[in-house]
Design a protein around this ligand. Structure first.
Ligand SMILES: [Zn+2]
Length: 477
């Protein structure tokens, strides 16, 4: 004798208590129902009465049984009755049965073909229609509103979902007993993820490691990274009763940072550190990404000995591309996330004879002087470099920089690559170069623009720089 193939109940015998076994065996009100297995002599499947059958099995007794020839669909009906008669069923088992029953009922509708005869496809289409308020007739929405790929894409199938399918689905859910009544929409949102629940989560649930609602299980099952899932399970187990929203938020953050988790997969220790941060503090995904970068930088930015040799002639080290970081980060953050790691890289290159620091800015908007006065306070002296370059027409004129940094760095500036070089006359360029050389005084100076020279800079202006340098420039021997 075998189980009804549509009756999903794992470890049934373990759920029977002594009182039930006793009373079932002593006072069997009606025989169980079974069907012969087609083509197999003396082999049967129980259709209805699994708990009583198990009770007799436990006592090693024979049980009276009515044999009937039953179709698969009828077997599903019996499995349904047998399942929902009792309280003690796991949500996942019920979910499986609901889907099986939907499948059988939907087979009576011809439109079911349009959904690949997949009950989940019908459910998802209905839910999509419900939430997007899809057009009443004919085509689904407009081309603009419904993306063809990606997250907002409608599930496969025809829209609107035919009345006959909706009615059938609603019918199946209305057959659920009063105390376990859920509607199809709740089912889609909370129970569907239970169906393809990862094995590790399932194992933990079976072991009753986590006492919690369907929501907790579903939330953990939604977590994409298996390593993270393991840790979250462990974490949830330790905390016994845990509100769904607590897990939900963390799963959301971790899924948002899936790329960072992926990048850290070869470094389990660091990955664990990142996940624990999310579990403890549940920071914003952007902060998690920043932290992941920091963790990655810890190991990957440090150049190997070979890399050091390959780049050991010199380095142009650009800071804050486009100037974007100067108002976004305060000095503390710059020191923690910038200076700290920059120094590590630059120190690894200590054999390089030329290390030029470029401090990037955007015109009249983003510069380290405006937002915190970093440039003129000498903050950049902390960088282990021997030259400093910036767009001096935008912030901190050459003479001031010379006073601030002249004792430590070679000053590299003097040409305004935008107004003078790009749009000025050769004469204006020559004048600017001359003024810069005079202002720089003796030594420790290189003529340069910021990090950019525009492609449409006139050739005459380049030549003007050359002429002026030859004429006014000098080099201490
Ligand atoms: Zn720049």
């Amino acid at each position: 004798m075998k189980c009804n193939p549509f009756f999903h109940r794992e470890n049934l015998e373990k759920t029977l208590d002594e009182t039930f076994v006793e009373s079932a065996v002593r006072d069997l009100k009606q025989p169980i129902i079974a069907r012969p297995i087609h083509g197999a002599r003396s082999r049967y499947q129980v259709a209805f009465g699994h708990r009583r059958w198990q009770a007799f099995k436990v006592r090693r007794l024979l049980i009276p049984c009515v044999l009937r020839r039953l179709t698969d669909e009828k077997m599903v009906d019996y499995a349904w009755d047998d399942t929902f008669q009792y309280e003690a069923h796991a949500p996942r088992e019920e979910a499986k049965l609901i889907v099986t029953r939907l499948d059988w009922k939907l087979r009576h509708c011809s439109e079911y073909e349009n959904y690949g005869r997949d009950p989940l496809a019908v459910l998802r289409a209905m839910e999509f229609q419900r939430t997007r308020k899809v057009a009443k007739a004919g085509e689904l929405g407009t081309r603009r509103r419904v993306p063809k790929s990606g997250k907002g894409r409608p599930p496969t199938g025809k829209y609107p979902v035919p009345e006959s399918l909706c009615k059938t689905v609603e019918g199946v859910f209305s057959e659920l007993p009063e105390r376990r009544r859920i509607d199809w929409s709740t089912f889609v949102r909370s129970y569907l993820s239970l169906l393809d629940i990862p094995a590790d989560v399932q194992e933990a649930l079976d072991a009753k490691g986590i006492s919690g609602s369907v929501g907790v299980m579903a939330a953990i099952a939604r977590l994409e990274d298996p390593f993270a899932r393991k840790l979250v399970l462990k974490w949830a187990k330790k905390r016994k009763r845990i509100p769904v929203r607590i897990i939900d938020k963390r799963v959301h953050v971790l899924n948002k940072c899936r790329d960072e988790l992926e990048q850290l997969s070869s470094k389990p220790q660091l990955k664990k550190q990142l996940i624990e941060l999310v579990l403890d503090k549940c920071p914003h995904p952007a902060d998690v990404r920043l932290e992941a970068k920091r963790l990655l930088a810890d190991t990957s930015q440090r150049p190997t000995a070979k890399q050091k040799q390959e780049i050991s002639t010199g380095v142009f080290y650009g800071l804050g591309g486009g100037g974007d970081i100067w108002s976004r980060m305060n000095q503390d953050q710059l020191e923690q996330y910038g200076l700290h790691y920059d120094r590590e890289v630059l120190e690894a290159l200590k054999d390089a004879p030329i290390k030029l620091l470029h401090v990037c800015s955007t015109k009249n908007q983003e510069d380290p002087q405006r937002n915190g006065g970093l440039m003129e306070s000498g903050w950049f002296k902390q960088y282990p470099v021997n030259a400093i370059n910036w767009w001096d027409a935008n912030f901190t004129p050459l003479s001031i920089a010379k006073k601030t940094y002249g004792d430590k760095f070679c000053i590299v500036c003097g040409i305004d690559h935008d107004s003078t070089m790009r749009n000025g006359t050769p004469k204006q360029v020559e004048d600017q170069v001359k003024a810069a050389i005079e202002s720089a005084g003796e030594g420790g100076f290189m003529m340069a623009p910021g990090c950019t020279l525009f492609q449409d800079t006139p050739l005459e202006n380049f030549n003007a720089v050359g002429r002026a340098v030859e004429e006014y420039g000098r080099c201490k021997q």
